[in-house]
Design a protein around this ligand. Structure first.
Ligand SMILES: NC(=O)c1ccc[n+]([C@@H]2O[C@H](COP(=O)([O-])OP(=O)(O)OC[C@H]3O[C@@H](n4cnc5c(N)ncnc54)[C@H](O)[C@@H]3O)[C@@H](O)[C@H]2O)c1
Length: 298
């Protein structure tokens, strides 16, 4: 049985903590919202407003703090405050604690902001006073607890093999595929790419929906057919190798040609335009690199 503290007990924190409780671990929920604490206590959960690690045995401290956006940037104010409070608690701690970043954060946050704040407020160093890891959450809000208890993918990242092993021991029993990384930034990018990919796919089909509306066609049977016909849809490994632009005859021809059709329908297709632009940039880059290599060999 592990000792677990959840810092930030909203949607993700509550599902995480309840999932660990269900698996037989000892869990304490931390939150600064009194309303949230009352809600958690009404369910007979151990919920507190301050993290106190004095006399605590070796524990996992999960950061499930909010990381909203303000325009085109992440607002990490609450995340920073919560992380600083964990650092302060670590200052008084005697146990061997592992801080696990479970919030969705921009790549570089765990080894940048989090490590800096923890070291500053604890007066200890990572690897000596505490351990540090990333473990992004993939759950869906509507089915949060079920998704936590039955994950399809678990990602663990830490510079320390021992920390990866300890988190694997804790999380592997929940099942699903497990992938580990030594660089926490890789796990952070997994989670960001995961969300951005889903958003891009949804926007692609919404752009096609606008086209189908203009053409007087019902999108549903068309999209359901393409979901089965396009290799990019039915084969999860298709198109995921970076640095390789699409080529051949069909993809360049039909992306370019369709932009002309859209124009004739007075339809803007910003996503399709961006698809072509990204590919052109990669082709130019590949050509430049080939020229440089040829010049070097000459
Ligand atoms: N909601 C989802 O479906 C989902 C799924 C996967 C990942 N995530 C990510 O998980 C993270 C948490 O998201 P959420 O939806 O659970 O957010 P949430 O807003 O539901 O919960 C955050 C909780 O943190 C508390 N909090 C704020 N500042 C605090 C502090 N200084 N100390 C302690 N508690 C503090 C808030 O009171 C709140 O209860 C985010 O990074 C989010 O992007 C969310």
């Amino acid at each position: 049985m592990a000792r677990i503290f959840i810092v930030g007990s909203g949607v993700v924190g509550t599902a995480t903590g309840k999932g660990f409780l269900h698996a037989g671990h000892e869990v304490t929920f931390i939150d600064i919202s009194h309303q949230r604490l009352e809600y958690l206590r009404s369910q007979e959960l151990d919920a507190r407003d301050v993290l106190d690690l004095r006399n605590a045995p070796d524990a996992f401290i999960f950061l499930t703090l909010p990381t909203p956006n303000v325009g085109h940037r992440y607002d990490l104010t609450a995340f920073e405050d919560g992380t600083a409070s964990v650092g302060a608690a670590l200052a008084d701690a005697t146990g061997d604690h592992t801080v696990v970043v479970r919030s969705t954060v921009p790549p570089g946050t765990t080894e940048g902001l989090v490590q800096t704040l923890l070291e500053k407020h604890s007066g200890k160093s990572v690897g000596e006073g505490f351990s540090l890891a990333g473990n992004p959450e993939f759950l869906r809000a509507a089915t949060a607890l079920e998704d936590f208890r039955h994950p399809w993918m678990t990602v663990i990242a830490s510079r320390s093999n021992r920390t990866v092993e300890r988190l694997t021991e804790l999380l592997a029993p929940f099942g699903g595929e497990l992938r580990t990384f030594s660089n926490p930034a890789a796990a952070e990018l997994v989670k960001c790419a995961h969300n951005i990919y889903n958003a891009t796919k949804i926007s692609f089909w919404n752009e096609m929906w606008l086209v189908s509306q203009t053409l007087g066609l019902d999108l549903d049977p068309i999209a359901q057919t393409v979901a089965r016909s396009a290799e990019g849809s039915y084969n999860p490994l298709y198109g995921i190798r970076g640095g390789a632009p699409y080529g051949g005859v069909c993809l360049p021809k039909d992306t370019q040609g369709f932009l002309g059709l859209a124009e004739s329908l007075s339809l803007d297709m910003p996503l399709l335009k961006a698809v072509v632009q990204v590919n052109d940039t990669l082709i130019e880059r590949a050509d430049r690199e080939a020229d440089e290599l040829a010049a070097e060999l000459a």
